[in-house]
Design a protein around this ligand. Structure first.
Ligand code: HEC
Length: 445
């Protein structure tokens, strides 16, 4: 986008182009920010993500990836990045730079953890890998599936054709789609695609994906291949739901695991969008600060961010979701627990996703790398919501017991919280977005 368009868009924001419209905008298909212009300069910046770090270790000889005759770099790469194999999910809609290699017999496998994503298609010439840089958002790399001494991740400009758009909140990022596909994995013409996040009803999810695990009588679009299957699904809503393995569709030997795990999918759909929100708020803040020196125009963006962080609009579950226990084990291995043993990673998966509805990405380097003015301001607002002094109806749905639990968990597990978070009877500091935060004496923990 040109500097002029960017100025125009920011000018709209400045005159408050109707608050509600902007709020909508930020949540759904949103305009692309000027990510190649200062102060962001996405492609010109050297990323500092986990793949970039691994690349440096490979170059220096500190890490050596072992080639596998069947899977190429996949197993060694997952091990080096500590990405659990149990996170495997299989997508057969033809959405990738290598779309020709993907079909319902040869789906793409995706593996991930909290800030790295790895895409693998059996027999494809390259792997597609991405990582979250704390300041820049999603960084996209290709890795040739060719045996060599030191494999090289190449930052690939072709990726951002698809990975920066309204689907990723207008910043370089990640997303998940659901669409109806024909027998070859191509979209059935005349049907819709939807971007999936934690707010998407289960009934609309997983078109174009394989799904293993239990979801009870809750209908979804997973495991439906071809027009006939989608037609039958209209009268048999749980057609091909509740599968434990996928050998009726694929040769499981071609993948590391027999699953495309339902719980891994749920977490992915929360996480991809949350990452985009963090990146978006980072970019917006830097742009606002460089233009106006304050962030007062970002109120509706912050609201949307906090609603997503606190799951206020998440879709309810009507039956428990049960996947591969190994995935849950691996996901919980990274849990930070308080003295009562509680963690923001604890899953519910009965009526909602998490036991304590506040995203674990609040611990992420990307959250902490938000410009201080925004990070301080968000933490102040979050504190006010959790202590009940913010009575805005947007957050009214969060139960008092959940607020209390989240507050206690964060106090014990999140380093670098402002002092007033620890104070027993904390006073509300004045708004740090407008003035410097007031000093409140710390007496705890
Ligand atoms: C033609 C559009 C397109 C291009 C080009 C593309 N992707 Fe994607 N990519 C997608 C879509 C769509 C998804 C989401 C999966 C789905 O729902 O099908 C995705 C998903 C991914 C994922 C899984 C995480 C996520 O966002 O869901 C990774 C990793 C990924 N892509 C990496 C890459 C890399 C690396 C490149 C460049 C080498 C690339 N992609 C190029 C469309 C594309």
């Amino acid at each position: 986008m040109s500097r002029v368009t960017h100025l125009l868009l920011s000018a709209f924001a400045a005159v408050g182009l109707a608050g509600p419209l902007l709020a909508e905008d930020f949540q759904g298909s949103t305009h692309t920010l000027a990510y190649e212009d200062p102060p962001i300069s996405y492609s010109a910046q050297k990323p500092n993500d986990r793949v970039a770090k691994l690349q440096a270790q490979i170059a220096s000889g500190e890490v050596k990836l072992k080639w596998d005759d069947q899977f190429g770099w996949l197993p060694a790469l997952l091990d080096a990045l500590k990405v659990p194999k149990s996170s495997q999910m299989l997508v057969f809609s033809q959405t990738s730079l290598q779309r020709h290699a993907i079909n319902p017999r040869n789906p793409r496998a995706i593996y991930y953890d909290e800030d790295v994503y790895v895409g693998y298609i059996p027999n494809a010439p390259m792997m597609e890998v991405s990582a979250v840089d704390p300041k820049l958002g999603g960084i996209f790399y290709s890795l040739d599936q060719e045996r060599q001494d030191k494999p090289t991740f190449t930052r690939n400009q072709d990726c951002i054709q698809c990975h920066v758009s309204g689907r990723s909140l207008g910043v370089p990022g990640h997303f998940v789609r659901s669409l109806e596909t024909d027998g070859s994995g191509d979209m059935i013409s005349g049907t819709d695609t939807s971007e999936v996040d934690q707010c998407t009803p289960i009934a609309d999810r997983w078109g174009g994906w394989y799904v293993t695990g239990q979801s009870g009588a809750q209908t979804h679009l997973g495991n439906l291949v071809g027009v006939t299957a989608f037609e039958r699904h209209k009268t048999e809503p749980t057609l091909r739901d509740n599968l434990t393995e996928l050998s009726q569709f694929i040769d499981p030997q071609k993948y590391l695991r027999p699953h495309s795990d339902i719980v891994a999918l749920m977490v992915l759909e929360h996480q991809t969008h949350m990452h985009n929100y963090i990146t978006r708020l980072n970019y917006e803040t830097r742009i606002m600060m460089s233009m106006y020196g304050h962030i007062r125009y970002l109120k509706s963006q912050e609201d949307a961010f906090l609603r997503y962080l606190l799951f206020t609009e998440e879709t309810p579950l009507t039956a428990p979701l049960v996947g591969d226990p190994q995935y849950v084990k691996d996901f919980l291995a990274e849990a930070k627990r308080d003295s009562k043993g509680r963690s923001l990673r604890d899953l519910d998966m009965k009526t909602r996703m998490f036991r304590y509805p506040c995203s674990y990405l609040i611990y992420s380097p990307a959250f902490d790398a938000l410009p201080t003015v925004m990070r301080d301001h968000l933490l102040q607002r979050l504190y006010d919501i959790l202590t009940g002094s913010d009575t805005n109806p947007q957050f009214a749905k969060i139960a008092a017991s959940d607020r209390q639990a989240i507050l206690e968990i964060l106090r014990e597990t999140k380093p670098n919280l402002p002092d007033y978070w620890r104070a027993k009877t904390a006073e509300r500091a004045s708004d740090p977005a407008i003035t410097a935060p007031a000093k409140v004496a710390s007496s705890a923990p």
